[in-house]
Design a protein around this ligand. Structure first.
Ligand SMILES: Nc1ncnc2c1ncn2[C@@H]1O[C@H](COP(=O)(O)OP(=O)(O)OP(=O)(O)O)[C@@H](O)[C@H]1O
Ligand SMILES: [Mg+2]
Length: 322
């Protein structure tokens, strides 16, 4: 693969397994280079199958998967797989190998010498917060579930791939480390320049890390959009159901005033209280509550938006959120 992050495109992709299960049906969307796409969907909806199409572990019955416009079908599967960092759903570590040997797998396959491999292993284990000095010589059975997961992440990033496929990589981590790893992943991906497809069952995780979220239901793409679009403009009832339980919390935490301003009705009177568009909704509402302000204007990219009523923000946030 080239040394820059690729765009991944699915064009009319369907997959029917030999036993007749239609795992994917006519999926079309793309993941722009250097962005993180979260895949969400119920158990059995086809998320893992979609990832496997990217590195040719499965082949579509119809349609095409391409990297930077080049069909993966036409590339050597071995070279393809070595160029992609993949964390499989259950971690997939070799049980008889030490953590450091597992992490060094791809650099060795790529022909790196021992010194380079050692260096890459050390860096990757630090980045995944599983330091080699402490954990390098343990076998997977001598690690906790969360530690194994971090070794799997270290292995996926060790050869500095430009494309990462992560199948529920943080499932076994405790909430504090999980949120730390989400921040770390985002920072790492932006720093190294990678394209990432990440499967998660956790909508808050998708909001925290992804540039775009793809919602899959029984093999169909229901909606793809930014967290803001997924939260505020679900395409239908199935899409709305993904965020329903946590809709209010997600909107309060992750949306900014500028995101919702365009959806608010302009009110009469003055909005003497000025708030910047970058503020998170929860924070802005808190400030208004403290000052007793009922109306406000939003300052965003050199423009004044509004005035709006504080009540209208609550009405918008709660719409469809019950
Ligand atoms: N090798 C296979 N042969 C036949 N059917 C399969 C195979 N692998 C997966 N399936 C079926 O295809 C569908 C999609 O499976 P997939 O593993 O992609 O789901 P998933 O969205 O990753 O689910 P989960 O969230 O439980 O991991 C399921 O109905 C599954 O039973
Ligand atoms: Mg799966």
């Amino acid at each position: 693969m080239s040394d820059r992050a690729p765009e991944v495109a699915f064009a009319g992709v369907s997959l029917r397994y030999p036993n007749g299960v239609q795992a994917l049906d006519n999926i079309t969307f793309s993941v722009p280079a250097g962005t993180i796409c979260a895949l969400m969907g119920g158990s059995g909806s086809g998320k893992t199958t979609l990832l496997k199409l990217v590195n040719r572990m499965e082949r579509p019955s119809a349609g095409e998967v391409s990297l930077d416009g080049q069909a993966v079908e036409g590339t050597d599967p071995v070279i393809l797989r070595r160029s992609i960092g993949y964390v499989i759903q259950e971690g997939g570590l070799f049980p008889h190998w030490t953590a450091e040997r597992n992490v060094g797998l791809v650099p060795r396959l790529l022909g790196c010498d021992q010194r380079t491999t050692d260096e890459l292993v050390g860096i990757a284990m630090d980045q995944a917060r599983i330091p080699r000095s402490e954990f390098g010589l343990r076998r997977p059975e001598q690690l906790s579930g969360g530690q194994r997961q971090r070794v799997a992440i270290a292995r996926a990033i060790a050869a500095r791939p430009r494309l990462l496929l992560l199948d529920e990589p943080f499932g076994a981590l405790d909430p504090a480390i999980r949120s730390e790893m989400q921040d770390e992943l985002r920072a790492l991906v932006k720093r190294l320049g990678c394209t990432v497809i990440l499967v998660t069952h956790d909508i808050a995780e998708a909001f925290a890390v992804a540039d775009r979220i793809a919602l899959i239901d029984r093999g169909h793409l229901v909606q793809i959009g930014s967290p803001v679009e997924i939260a505020l403009t679900p395409s239908d009832a199935v899409a709305a159901a993904f965020t329903a339980k946590q809709a209010l919390e997600l909107r309060l935490r992750y949306l900014r005033l500028a995101d919702v301003a365009q959806h608010l009705p302009i009110c009469d009177g003055d909005g003497s209280e000025e708030l910047t568009g970058e503020r998170a909704i929860a924070d802005a509402l808190g400030a208004l509550a403290r000052s007793g302000g009922e109306r406000f204007t939003v300052l965003h990219q050199g423009r004044r938006l509004g005035p709006f009523e504080r009540r209208a923000v609550w009405d918008l946030l709660q719409r469809g959120a019950a």
